[in-house]
Design a protein around this ligand. Structure first.
Ligand SMILES: [Mn+2]
Length: 354
């Protein structure tokens, strides 16, 4: 395939979501934590029906991102009962393969994505989210930490975040604990994924700080992503390369390092192309082109590194009059990325005859 954009981060293949994708002219969509039935695993029939619904609109289901957190929370925390969870995740991945859905994004954040502010003011009054590690303790105590809900994610942005401290996870977890539980999980799962024709794609930890709520966040550096690739060789594993999160780690330098390392190995499964201003411990989300990295440089680097998958906008600032899904902000970001890709593809064409 060629480098391309996709519409993503919706939870349901609604007619509106599919129409938006068709109108933007994308090849396909991604769905984040679709609300399929099943308390512990996803079934083949539901997955086939989902893919067919998308294809009936002339689109491709490029990927599913995230199974519900509770499908593998014990596995992430190394708790008793994890083997049963892993069996169900194995069954889910096998079903995805049989259903012809070849890419599953996942993450190793049992207490999810955190922000300290969801209504920070961006360019021209656009609404953006922000994180400041210095505020975490105080906001946690006041019940004002915003945690992205990973279960039954809903379209309304407001409802996709829960206010209020941490999940009750029962115990603290060190870096060593989280690496050990992670290794146990991927060693069981990645061979099954490879066999099923599914790529498991790991999202880095957002925000990439050493720990939150007592739980270590191990995927907080480009080196950690390299270690993840080394741990799971073969076609069943890749990185869901969230350049927003990598920018939070170390700005453009970290973003280029990740692309240059992972791209030639064929380990960039797909890309989240968004940016922030500032790096951990504090950052604010922003429009493309006003953040830590130069989007045109990054797109060019993705191409040089041999990336030929899809790119989505991930998060975007809320523009004036925007919808809960963020149609206006997303349309701007996707058009911006599409323009850069087309500009770069000019390099493939013969020079125009004068
Ligand atoms: Mn992301």
């Amino acid at each position: 395939m060629v480098m391309r954009i996709a519409v993503g981060q919706g939870a349901r293949a609604t007619e509106e979501y599919l129409a938006f994708a068709v109108q933007l002219g994308v090849r396909g969509i991604q769905l984040n934590t679709p609300d399929l039935s099943g308390e512990h695993r996803w079934e083949l029939g539901d997955l086939v029906a989902l893919r067919e619904k998308v294809e009936a609109r002339g689109l491709v289901l490029e990927a599913i991102e995230n199974i519900p957190n509770h499908f593998y929370e014990k596995a992430m925390l190394g708790k008793p009962g994890r083997d049963e969870e892993i069996e169900n995740v194995v069954a889910t991945v096998a079903n995805m393969g049989k259903a012809g859905i070849g890419l599953l994004g996942f993450n190793w954040m049992p207490n999810s994505v955190w922000r300290t502010d969801l209504s920070s003011t961006g360019r021209g009054g656009a609404v953006v989210s922000a994180f400041d590690l210095d505020l975490v303790d105080e906001r946690t105590k006041a019940g004002k930490i915003l945690v992205a809900r990973r279960d039954r994610r809903v379209e309304d942005k407001k409802d996709s975040w829960s206010a209020g401290a941490t999940f009750d996870l029962g115990a603290e977890r060190s870096d060593e604990d989280m690496w050990a539980s992670y290794e146990y999980f991927v060693k069981a799962l990645v061979p099954v994924a490879a066999e099923a024709g599914v790529v498991l794609a790991l999202h880095p930890d957002d925000p990439p700080v050493p720990s939150l709520g007592g739980v270590a966040r191990i995927f907080r550096s480009v080196d950690a992503l390299k270690r993840a690739v080394a741990l799971a060789p073969g076609p069943g594993f890749g990185i869901e390369l969230c350049l927003g999160t990598v920018s939070e780690m170390g700005g453009e330098e970290a973003v280029l390092e990740a692309i240059r390392y992972l791209g030639p190995l064929g380990k960039i499964a797909y890309v989240h192309l968004r940016d922030v201003s500032g790096t951990v411990p504090a950052f604010v989300e922003c429009f493309l082109g006003e953040g830590n990295y130069r989007p045109a440089v990054v797109i060019r680097e993705l191409r040089k590194a041999g990336f030929d998958g899809f790119i989505l906008d991930d998060h975007t600032p809320s523009l004036v009059g925007d919808s809960p899904y963020g149609h206006r902000g997303r349309a701007f970001a996707l058009g911006y990325i599409q323009g850069l890709i087309e500009m770069m593809e000019l390099d493939d064409l013969p020079a125009p005859v004068a």
